[in-house]
Design a protein around this ligand. Sequence first.
Ligand code: DAK
Length: 272
Amino acid sequence: MTENLNNYEFLPKNDYLLLKTFNLGFKNKQILIIIINREKSLNAVNIDILKSLINILKHVENDSNILSIILTGAGNKAFIAGADIKSMNTYHPEDAYKYSVLGQDLVKLINSFDKPVIAAINGYALGGGCEIATACHLRYASENSIFGQPEVKLGIIAGWGGTVNLKRVIGLGNATKLLISGDTINSDEALKVGLVNMVFPLENFLQSVIKEVKSFCKNSPNAIKNTLLSINSFNNDDPYKKESNLFRDSFKHEDSSIGLSAFLRKEKPEFK
Ligand code: DAK
């Protein structure tokens, strides 16, 4: 299946990221696959990577042919081994502040993204890598993956939403344990605590993830968008009201009549 990947033309070019698309086979709809391409540094994320990821996601938000995004790491040893410790080591406090804000901009953008962003975790997901994965809407892991928030061992705290998002995904107790112990857990343990949705063998891992993602790309993009916006509406005083508003919005979009009438005709819907 990965032999069917095409290049996604996006400028400006950045060697740290590879962009591929998987053609879903209907109406030119595609899945975008973003590969962090710093294998020798275990795909540690530096400022250039953060900026490019933000640019690409903002660009893709307006590309109606892209239905979902898969984020993964180059090679088979790491998804992202964290923020780039080598560059952090030379930072002045102001650099550290900019780095923190950029990382948070990325995780907030993923949190609020209206197309599903999937982390395909193929190895180490540590520190900032675990935080980026946690911000994604779904996480699929290869069986060799290792997860953790080792910041406390470096004398710092998780700074890209780890203290905000991890507890939403795995609960307060499990999140606190990971964040203050700095311990790592493997894919099976991550599955048990709900940090990942599914675990696949490393062989043909990306194909397995694409197959899963394909399965929900046939649903209404508008309904998926409104669902994600409702699930991920933070700081909302009245989440039920938000849900009702988005439910009403679904009826303003033709996907609702396509889906409802197809059910009544006992046919499969073809969404816009
Ligand atoms: N940054 C830079 N380079 C890294 C790296 C990282 N996070 N992780 C690995 N590398 C590099 C190694 O330095 C090595 O490079 P060379 O020595 O070959 O030049 C290469 O990748 C291969 O790594 P190893 O030789 O160490 O490979 P091993 O298989 O022996 O070990 C490992 C793999 C993942 C267990 C080990 O590399 C490791 O412990 N890496 C560090 C993992 C880690 O601690 N990650 C968390 C980083 S801290 C904030 C903003 C952000 C953050 C926090 C606060 N604010 C501003 C508020 C986020 C912090 C983090 O993410």
